[in-house]
Design a protein around this ligand. Structure first.
Ligand SMILES: [Zn+2]
Ligand SMILES: [Zn+2]
Length: 188
């Protein structure tokens, strides 16, 4: 899967940056106080995140704005990733290969990290398509509707009415609350 490959290519990049910063080979260094290395790591992670999101949704702006997860992804991955790297780097032994192995097995490049979002893609793209059609047909409002057996989160959203171009209270532009959500929009 292309998205996962983007993530995988982060490991050698991260460890290369750390190696140049002198993190491997026994010298104890604290990443928090090394602004140059931290800045380089941030830039690398941001570039990967950008490519990742482009790959995942092929720059579909409708889709992106419809996914509350996209915002979460955009704002949090960078900080979360740096926190993970800092945590890993404090562990011993501090050699490059061990570090890379740990990172490979960690959340940083784990497929599970984006599976949640990818699983939502089908549901969201269907809803986005319907919404585009509803706009063309001049519908003015949308109402959040539950499928059979909704969870508590979805139940709380049932019946919420919004103007067609405004987000629901969960930030989503279509009736999508979580992975495997089966809610849908009613247009009036
Ligand atoms: Zn639900
Ligand atoms: Zn739902």
């Amino acid at each position: 899967m292309a998205t996962i490959d983007v993530l995988r290519s982060l490991t050698p990049e991260v460890s290369g940056i750390l190696k140049k910063g002198g993190y491997f080979g026994g010298v104890a260094k604290d990443l928090r106080h090394d602004t140059t290395t931290t800045r380089k790591l941030k830039a690398a992670i941001e570039a990967k995140n950008h490519r990742l999101l482009e790959d995942m949704w092929s720059n579909n702006p409708d889709m992106l704005s419809s996914l509350p997860q996209f915002q979460t992804c955009k704002e949090n991955l960078n900080k979360t990733d740096l926190d993970r790297i800092q945590k890993e780097i404090r562990k011993k032994p501090k050699d490059q290969r061990t570090f890379e192995r740990r990172i490979d097995r960690s959340y940083l490049t784990a497929p599970s990290r984006l599976e949640r979002i990818e699983r939502s893609e089908g549901h969201v793209s269907g809803l986005v398509k319907e919404q585009r059609k509803a706009r063309k047909e001049k519908f003015k409002f949308k109402i959040w509707r539950n499928d059979a057996n909704p969870c508590d989160m979805c139940k709380a959203l049932e019946g919420q009415k919004r103007k067609i171009n405004e987000p629901y209270s969960n930030g989503s532009y279509v009736a999508h609350a979580h992975p495997q959500c089966k809610c849908f929009d009613e247009y009036i």
